[in-house]
Design a protein around this ligand. Structure first.
Ligand SMILES: Cc1cc2nc3c(=O)[nH]c(=O)nc-3n(C[C@H](O)[C@H](O)[C@H](O)COP(=O)(O)O)c2cc1C
Length: 209
């Protein structure tokens, strides 16, 4: 590993490239990654902290940027859901290697209204609905149990019959308090800008890489 070295050749990021609103700047970066067809361009590594102060992280998919916040869907009774219930402060990272870009967002997560989650759940492919509905996410199970539960639920709801969204499934919106844009540059002299929310306005500063 110590011999793996990559030089970054991107032209970099200047103040003039950046929008005043970092949420819109983040949307631009996510859209550019999606439009370029990068694999899992909307994958974000989400870190949460438990009520006992223990951090954990996992990948989830960013499903929208709405009302000034970043939306993802999951099980509310998962490890991350328990963490957020105890401590709404979260952080996530998105990294687009081919673009030499990293986005870091720190903020507070809150549950989306159940109706909004139901609308998104209804738009998912049937198999994704079934697996979400039967998964006791973050708890021990067996492959046999999962497959049996999925087959059982599929039998209860023939094709065309809507799968009800479990009460314990839903979305979160992360309202940002700090957003960082990192852009790789040659010689490790990378560009890095941090936005901080001060009341209702954002301030911006360059940070050393
Ligand atoms: C590419 C990728 C996308 C994922 N998307 C989601 C997602 O949108 N929501 C989700 O709950 N889990 C998603 N997962 C699974 C999570 O990484 C994780 O295993 C799960 O949410 C349980 O996490 P927890 O036990 O820390 O709460 C995804 C995993 C990968 C690798």
């Amino acid at each position: 590993m110590k011999d793996v070295r990559q030089e970054y050749h991107a032209p970099g990021l200047t103040e003039a490239d950046l929008l005043a609103d970092p949420v819109e700047q983040a949307r631009r970066w996510v859209d550019e990654a999606i439009d370029a067809g990068l694999p899992l361009a909307n994958a974000m590594t989400l870190a949460t902290v438990s009520g006992h102060g223990r951090p954990s992280s996992r990948v989830v998919l960013l499903k929208g940027i709405e009302d000034g916040g970043f939306v993802f869907f999951t099980h509310h009774d998962s490890r991350k859901g328990d963490d957020i219930a105890a401590n709404p402060n979260v952080s996530f990272v998105m990294f687009w290697g081919p673009f030499d870009r990293q986005l870091i967002v720190n903020g507070r997560a809150e549950k989306l209204p159940a109706q909004q989650a139901r609308e998104y759940f209804a738009s998912r492919p049937r198999d994704s609905q079934l697996s979400a509905a039967i998964s006791p996410q973050s708890r021990p199970t067996t492959r046999e149990q999962l497959e049996a539960d999925m087959a059982n639920l599929a039998q209860q709801h023939p094709e065309g019959d809507p799968i009800p969204m479990p009460e314990t499934w839903g979305g979160y919106r992360i309202t940002p308090e700090e957003i960082q844009f990192w852009h790789g540059r040659p010689s490790r002299l990378h560009d890095r800008f941090r936005y901080l929310k001060q009341g209702t306005t954002w301030t911006r500063e360059r940070l050393a890489p």
